[in-house]
Design a protein around this ligand. Sequence first.
Ligand code: NAP
Length: 335
Amino acid sequence: MTTPTAFRAFRIGQDDNRAHRAGLQTMDTDSLTPGEVLVRVAWSSVNYKDALAGTGKGKILRRYPLNGGIDLAGHVVASTDPAFREGDAVLCTGSGLSETLDGGYAEYARLPAAWTIPLPPGLSLREAMLLGTAGFTAALSLLRMLDNRQTPGLGPIAISGATGGVGMLAIDIFTRAGFEVHAISGKRDRFDVLRQLGARECIDRHELVFSGKPMDSARFGGALDNVGGPMLAGMLPLIAPYGNVATCGLAGSAELPTTVMPFIIRGVSLLGIASAGTARDIRETIWTRLAGDWKPAHMDLIGTREVDLDTLPSVFEGMLRGESFGRTVVRVGGG
Ligand SMILES: NC(=O)c1ccc[n+]([C@@H]2O[C@H](COP(=O)([O-])OP(=O)(O)OC[C@H]3O[C@@H](n4cnc5c(N)ncnc54)[C@H](OP(=O)(O)O)[C@@H]3O)[C@@H](O)[C@H]2O)c1
């Protein structure tokens, strides 16, 4: 494979007044952040974090400038680490991409070998990015809940932010793993699709009224929350004894106005989900499961949009307005 002298990248930086600047630029591979594995990027994806980084509305980058994109999949062009050879199909999610390292919104990226995952058999590069951080996060939530003795017998799993990337993938993956899923969503017009993914019940979040009491009748065996704030606080008193709540996101709020009662009376566990820094052995386990028994059965319904690098800004804005529906994959080089 030949390495080009110049390639395109969606680069995020600051101007002299430290104001946010982002857009397509031309750069060369020598300017990329260091790493042992040079990758020609085929596909990336859009996550909520990418929208925060790309618009400057959240402080995601810890150095400037960097190429955006917390996910990427592609082929190795060159590697100084013998574990990878030219032509290998690889992926990387989180792991500092678009935080401290140049990310996947560029035709080339350099990855630390420690964070480079061989594409598991059973997934194409595009499918890996349809899953991306969102699918990895949904599966990490399931893994942590199972490790903490979550069983289908405890009751249904509530999934909030259900039409988002994490939400739709989680409905499919938890259903595949044998759980009954109740989807909580603000988009009533999408309930049909949520049911096709496996949701047994769909709850309109605009009509959902929590009692505000520290404890309430148990309604769910556990939950995966993408929303935070009153949604997360409202679900905790509804969880059955020794159920788990995976706290993934803050699409509604970063606050958590709650009491200790669900934890000390019912033994409910609040499991923190931080996909970006997950240890390598867990990463490999999750990607193997995502390519195998946890591979979503409805990838075609969940991958709702394909865009290219030029279209990214408009995708970010819609996402931050709460308009997401499923996953957006980004065609970088394709293939
Ligand atoms: N912890 C981690 O490692 C990790 C990894 C990935 C993502 N996340 C976080 O998880 C969340 C979801 O990520 P995503 O990529 O799935 O985002 P997304 O595709 O934009 O989905 C977010 C969903 O949240 C709901 N929502 C949006 N604004 C809301 C509001 N103001 N109040 C209540 N619900 C609202 C909407 O679902 P409905 O309309 O269906 O209700 C929306 O579709 C984000 O906060 C993201 O930062 C965390």
